[in-house]
Design a protein. Structure first.
Length: 407
């Protein structure tokens, strides 16, 4: 198989040899080292054979000595194909362009996708990657994923996992992490647990320290719930200080007041829609419209970007951007307090519940209309954990110090 491909690459000529002296013709070919392949004797004075281009040129110089005539039947191979295509400049130009495009697509990054957790600032991450050279059009061979990962973990301490996944010419940035953890006091500091808000205690669970309240006690914000000064547990014992920790559950009450105007500006769409197009090639953008876009607050703008793909892993460095503007007119709309009641209540409950370290047990609300606005008075009852750590500046009682000085 490889031999046949090599012969086709070098070129072959199929000839018909006629004459009464075919024997003399064959002897001449043997003497001159001319190789005849696929010979076929079609008549007593006719012979078909295949030669290479080199052997055919040698044969032409010695044909006068054989008394035979040679006629070309067929030409095959790469040299003859190239000769036929040589005048077709557009075809060769297209082949060169296709080869250059394949090289460009396979050696550069033309698409960057992100899988970044909401707790991480995506804009800051992409800006830092751009400063490191990670951008559309960068050569793939310059993508040092290990070094970039190390630098990014240094620049973004809240990132717990970071990777750059390259598939073809498409790069995916993956980053996971969490928000900054709350500040924790020194493990060896003397602390106490105080009430973060008013409430009625339902349960005290002291892991370290002296409980100062019990179930049923009413406490106010700032009251000490678990003290860092621990009383002696036996007669003649000593006071000791500790890093108080634990949880205190309590019934709490939250009051919320919210107002919302009953006359609002609503949108009435006119049916007029306008499209603007732009072509993005690499990092360059070509707008097919004049100016930077439609300005003003009387239309909704939707931007869609369509990338062109050859496969799941090969992206063309071309994208079509479509900006769709839907026009509307503003008109006043008047509602009643009952119309906005559900929306106001759900918003107030959601915002308050987000600040509660526990669960909402019940709520009551009053909705009234005052001066053209709906006014909501909401009372929320909850059971939550109200204990928070604070520095304990308590000192050891003097009586205990005097007892320690007695020999």
């Amino acid at each position: 198989m490889i031999g046949r491909l090599w012969l086709l690459a070098c070129g072959q000529v199929r000839v018909r040899v006629t004459g009464a002296s075919l024997t003399r013709f064959l002897n001449l070919c043997a003497a001159q080292g001319i190789t005849l392949r696929q010979m076929d004797r079609t008549a007593w004075n006719e012979l078909h054979a295949t030669l290479s281009i080199r052997d055919f040129r040698m044969l032409r110089r010695h044909m006068g000595r054989t008394g035979c005539r040679v006629h070309i039947l067929r030409k095959r191979g790469l040299p003859f194909l190239a000769a036929r295509l040589r005048p077709r400049t557009a075809l060769w130009g297209g082949a060169v362009f296709a080869a250059a495009l394949c090289w460009l697509l396979g050696t550069h990054v033309w698409a960057i996708q992100t899988e970044i957790a909401p707790a991480i600032d995506e804009t800051a991450v992409m800006q830092q990657l751009s400063e490191m050279g990670v951008r559309i059009g960068m050569p793939i061979k310059k993508l040092n994923t290990r070094q970039i990962r190390w630098k990014m973990m240094q620049l973004q301490p809240n990132i717990t996992f970071f990777s750059l996944n390259l598939r073809g010419n498409s790069l995916t940035v993956v980053a996971y992490g969490s928000t900054d953890p709350p500040e924790v006091l020194d493990e060896h500091a003397i602390t106490k647990v105080v009430a973060a808000r008013d409430g009625v205690v339902t349960q005290v669970r002291a892991l370290e320290g002296q409980p100062m309240v019990r179930a049923g006690d009413a406490v106010q914000t700032g009251d000490t719930l678990i003290s860092g000064l621990v009383e002696p547990t036996r007669e003649g014992g000593k006071y000791r200080t500790a890093h108080a920790r634990g949880t205190v559950q309590a019934y709490t009450t939250h009051t919320v007041q919210a107002a919302r105007p009953l006359t609002e500006q609503s949108k009435r769409y006119t049916g007029k829609i306008r499209h603007q197009y732009a072509l993005v090639m690499g990092n360059k953008r070509l707008n097919f419209y004049i100016g930077s876009g439609i300005t003003g607050g009387t239309c909704d703008k939707i931007v869609t970007t369509r990338h062109f793909w050859l496969s799941d892993s090969v992206v063309l460095p071309v994208a079509l951007v479509t900006q769709t503007y839907t026009f509307y007119e503003r008109e006043p709309t008047t509602r009643t307090a009952e119309d906005v009641r559900v929306d106001m209540l759900s918003r107030a409950l959601g915002e308050t519940a987000a600040d509660i370290d526990g669960m909402v047990t019940s709520h009551s609300e009053t909705l009234t209309e005052q001066n053209g606005a709906a006014v909501l008075h909401l009372t929320i009852h909850a059971e939550e954990q109200i204990g928070t750590e604070a520095v304990d500046d308590s000192t050891v009682p003097e009586e205990n110090v005097e007892m320690e000085q007695v020999p």
